[in-house]
Design a protein around this ligand. Sequence first.
Ligand SMILES: [Fe+2]
Length: 460
Amino acid sequence: MSKSAPSPRASTAPTSKTAPTLSLPLSLPTTTPTATECSTPSKSPAAPPPSAAASSKPSNTKPSGTLATPSSPTPSPSSSVASELQCCSRPPDLCRSNFADGIGPANTGLALVGGRLVALAETDLPYKIKITPDGDIETVGRHQFGGGGERFLTMTAHPKTDPETGETFAFRYFVTAPFLTFFRFDSGGIKHADVDIFSMNSASLVHDFAITKNFAVFPDPQIVIDPLRILIGKPIMGAELGKTPRLGVIPRYAVDEKEMYWMEAPGLNIVHTVNAWEEDGGDKIVVVASNVLCVDRALSDLDQINLEKIVIDAAEKKIVGRYRVSRRNLDFGAINARYTGKKNRYVYAAVLESMPKMVGLVKLDLSLSDSSEDCAVASRMYGPGCYGSEPVFVAREGAEEEDDGYLVAYVNNEKTEESHFEVMDAKSPTLETVAAVKLPRRVPQGFHSIFVKQSDLLKM
Ligand SMILES: [Fe+2]
């Protein structure tokens, strides 16, 4: 983690009538929420005509919609993920607002919650955004979801939506007790009451979690947030190697934490979850997640990170198996969203050179995880100087097989400063490009992304 105060980064929000994008770099906070300064958008290369496009294998069934992904200026290789906290992508008038109006760096992820498109950072409320008819992006404002009664504080940038019920599950972590609070929204986006989790006994960086049909699973990593660390000359956030990481399981419709249980998980410092599900009638819970191997360097040099399959015996309330599913540095795992909370077979993950340099993609077959340490069945490297955004899987219209669809991502060539929107065949062993659209301006490699169907955009 960077010990110096991160400098504000300019944020470019390229607009295009054909490919609207957002400016949302990953943020893993180093500090408690504080006001941030607005940065002046950096000067971007002159935009070529938006019609420039190339297609090596046109397809009539390409996904219809838009991929939104981080597009702020390229962080230097030495920049930390933590330093991205200070990125400010809000308009100048919002920068002048006070704390009660929000902090503003909704720069981590995007989600559709109850049909609303929101930009998210875990240190703030969601910000409702909309795509205008001509393809521009507008910030509507900080969004207080109705219901619940209590003042809505912060929210994770990684909410999980059940594809069958339309409910969205989320949480917030905080620097004072309760250090973790779980909540959910119904399919209309109305928030239900908070479930405070006091058995989370310290403030930890809980960046992501997972849901199954009946449960939510939370990590309790060794990365802690403690203002008192300042007194001993340490950053407010850092690794506490004497702490034993844990996994916590709570019924997803819990009204309190009475039924929650925690399991010690040495060496398990989860950054992002990929999916979770139940097996054996609920006696077993399986979680697939990325695990930081060198947690003491996690916030400064995140270059050793694996994907693991973790098996929980729900009856015995203990972890009974952990399986590394690839030998590569992988994170930002994507799945067919129809399988969120349900057993799935395929994971598509970004290959990390170092954070945030995503140099390629792999497709993993989890059915091989019991017998192999490398479940890769397809891979694709972008080439020298080319870095991608988080991949998103988009199912082909009418598809029945889990991997019948496309992987979409932005790929930026740092040498030419040209960016393409790539559509790749998820069934191909080389993740072959079926369409590549040259974008009107540079979109640097980024972090989290969302693909929004045109039909969802039209409902907003
Ligand atoms: Fe994230």
